[in-house]
Write a protein that binds this ligand. Structure first.
Ligand code: HEC
Length: 148
């Protein structure tokens, strides 16, 4: 009985997607993409899926409120959690970009955001972190990240 001569091609697609996942986890440095198009409308569902469950009206001290656009606007500015144009200086982005096993990673307890969600957050901050003037409420989407 003959076994298949080349078992490798089968795992190649898998390897490919693995490499893709790894490269997406490290988004390319600022400047080589157009960030200006990332509106708050794209960031909102990312926060609602990953952050809003915990960063709600009832939360622990030290947790920024993400209940609405007004609260989020208050986190934006030089020296604040979200520094417009500077994701790498924005604690808000950095904690989301930390890997699960690093202290301070958000969401905590090892349920990192997906790479594409992280780049939406990054590009939004890179593009100046625009937030609509009117107050828009954020609502948690799906099950809390903790139980995923
Ligand atoms: C499972 C609940 C939970 C989720 C989900 C969550 N957080 Fe937090 N977050 C906390 C807790 C608890 C604290 C306060 C204690 C601490 O600092 O670890 C906190 C604190 C923070 C802080 C302030 C402390 C610091 O390290 O600067 C930031 C910024 C933050 N979270 C961002 C986020 C972002 C962004 C998301 C979504 C990607 C998120 N969090 C999702 C529970 C959560």
């Amino acid at each position: 009985m003959k076994t298949s001569p080349l078992p490798f091609p089968r795992i190649l697609p898998l390897l490919g997607s693995l490499l893709l996942a790894v490269s997406c986890a490290n988004p390319p440095p600022a400047g080589d993409r157009d960030h200006s198009h990332v509106s708050f409308a794209r960031v909102k569902p990312v926060l609602e899926r990953n952050c809003v469950h915990c960063h709600a009206a009832i939360r622990l001290p030290g947790m920024p409120s993400l209940t609405d656009t007004k609260a989020i606007a208050g986190l934006i500015g030089s020296g604040k959690l979200i520094v417009p144009g500077k994701p790498e200086q924005s604690r808000f982005y950095l904690v989301a970009a930390l890997s699960d096993d690093e202290a301070g990673a958000m969401p905590p307890t090892g349920h990192a955001m997906e790479a594409n969600e992280l780049s939406v957050l990054r590009d939004w901050i890179q593009g100046g972190a625009p937030v609509p003037g009117e107050t828009i409420l954020l609502h948690p989407e799906g099950i809390p990240p903790r139980s995923r």
